[in-house]
Design a protein around this ligand. Structure first.
Ligand SMILES: *Cc1c(COP(=O)(O)O)cnc(C)c1O
Length: 454
């Protein structure tokens, strides 16, 4: 194909504010025509745009890579799937088929896991808000409950009285692992003695028996050694509790937080360079376990890895619906997906691929979503080639935290499809229509419009 002649232009390159990492002239010219062998064209023609696409193959492969990396080093390990990261039933079911149990942080998520068919004793129940009736249900169904604060201890003691039995519980602790800002709002603080005070309270009332320790030090943790510190402190505390109170800590749940291959805003290096591999985390964690556990002890290790497993299995296809020139010289593209669907765009720069070869010079461009709101910016300061209306962009990774935190605002939420291992494509969440919005709305009789009256 002959190349089209393009008139040369001179443009001031603006890629955002200078910062200590320098500016990052992110340059996009990558073409992607398919996902897992299914053409982008075909997907959009059948299911519309925008469209979330999940890859079953990528999801299973990622889970297996994580599971194998840990189980070959520390065999008594299990993963709890972090529902809040992505609780589409198809995604959860794939991970449950692979062997993950469920990790939930609210009664809504608890009920969702039960509705998918997960029994209570395969649910880890975390989170700062579990009301009395939710706690009672979880106790009756045998869930692993990790206590978040003293008020939850009091509530669980009420449940123990009501059910006339001692309840086994885990406790979430927080601590300094060298990761700042420190996540200290969840659980009881280990360094200050608060966690030990909580154990003393449980022992003095004799209604709750501590059998597990839980901690989640944060998310997108780029330092494998932070987990080694976390484990060392948890195990030391566990042995102290065992010796003082004749209890047995049966599990250590070290939470989630491993990064996916996302590009955090304000970072300079590519994710492939910046992000430690799963083996580096597994090595750091298992080494710390063996260094700190006493010979013969092999408690259960739980991981609640969310983002690192699902993020890269998710794509968003969005179409360019218009473009214009901004007064500062930049090109602005309007896409049919915005921050309403991409909550994580506040923190991450996506990998952007284009569904076709585009001729012409790359120039500074911004991508706006469809919302009538100034903050609806998916990308700014990237160098993009001139794209026509109808061009499709494939954004990734978007599998974590978007299809749970997306908002229904001005636009409907679109179809979500899953590409199976044999290239079969299924809708796993149907596009919304007006009935989804109006279904719960009520209009008092006196406000009903009567267009016949003056
Ligand atoms: C959110 C959360 C996770 C998952 O975190 P990722 O960073 O996605 O791995 C795990 N455990 C708890 C308690 C959480 O709140």
């Amino acid at each position: 194909m002959a190349k089209k002649y393009e008139k040369p232009v001179i443009l001031k390159v603006q890629t955002g504010m200078m910062n200590k990492f320098g500016s990052s002239p992110y340059y996009t010219r990558k073409v992607r025509t398919e996902i897992d062998g299914v053409a982008i064209n075909e997907l959009v023609e059948k299911f519309g745009s925008p469209l979330f696409v999940f890859s079953e193959t990528a999801l299973r492969q990622k889970y297996r890579a994580y599971y194998n990396s840990f189980s070959t080093r520390y065999p008594n390990v299990a993963f709890g799937w972090s529902y809040k990261t992505n609780y589409l039933p198809a995604v959860c079911s794939i991970l449950h088929q692979e062997g993950a149990i469920a990790e939930v942080v609210s009664e809504m998520e608890y009920d969702k896991a039960r509705s998918i068919g997960i029994p209570g004793d395969k649910i880890i129940f975390n989170g700062p808000y579990k009301n009395l009736s939710a706690l009672e249900k979880a106790v009756k169904e045998g869930a692993m409950i990790n206590i978040d604060h003293f008020d939850e201890i009091y509530d669980l003691e009420k449940v123990a009285d009501k059910l006339k039995k001692k309840i086994k519980v885990g406790m979430r602790v927080n601590m300094d692992t060298g990761i700042y800002p420190q996540w200290s709002r969840f659980g009881l603080n280990l360094d200050s003695g608060q966690a030990m005070d909580a154990v003393k309270r449980m022992v003095s009332k004799g209604k709750l028996v501590l059998n597990g320790l839980h901690c989640h030090i944060g998310t997108f943790i780029l330092e494998p050694n932070a987990y080694a510190v976390e484990i060392e402190k948890m195990i030391k505390f566990g042995y102290e509790v065992e010796e003082k109170f004749k209890m047995k800590i049966e599990y250590y749940d070290i939470g989630g937080g491993f990064p996916s291959k996302s590009k955090l805003k304000g970072t300079y290096q590519e994710p492939d360079v910046m992000i430690p591999s799963v083996d580096e985390y597994a090595e750091s964690i298992s080494t710390s376990l063996f260094r700190n556990l006493r010979g013969g002890d092999l408690p259960k290790l739980y991981l609640e890895t969310g983002r690192a497993i699902v993020d890269e299995a998710g794509y968003l296809i969005t179409s360019i619906i218009a473009s214009k020139r901004l007064p500062d010289g930049r090109k602005s593209y309007i896409a049919d997906a915005g921050v309403n669907l991409l909550y994580t765009s506040f923190w991450y720069k996506y990998n952007i691929e284009i569904d076709r070869q585009v001729d012409g010079t790359n120039e500074p461009a911004i991508i706006n979503g469809p919302l009538c709101m100034n903050i609806d910016v998916i990308e700014e300061g990237r160098l993009l080639p001139p794209m026509e209306k109808g061009t499709r962009l494939i954004l990734s990774p978007v599998g974590a935290y978007n299809v749970t935190q997306w908002m229904q605002f001005i636009e409907f939420r679109p179809n979500v499809v899953l590409i199976g291992t044999n290239k079969e494509v299924d809708i796993i969440r149907e596009a919304e229509d007006l009935s989804d919005i109006t279904r719960r709305e009520k209009l008092p009789e006196r406000l009903k419009l009567n267009l016949n009256s003056p």
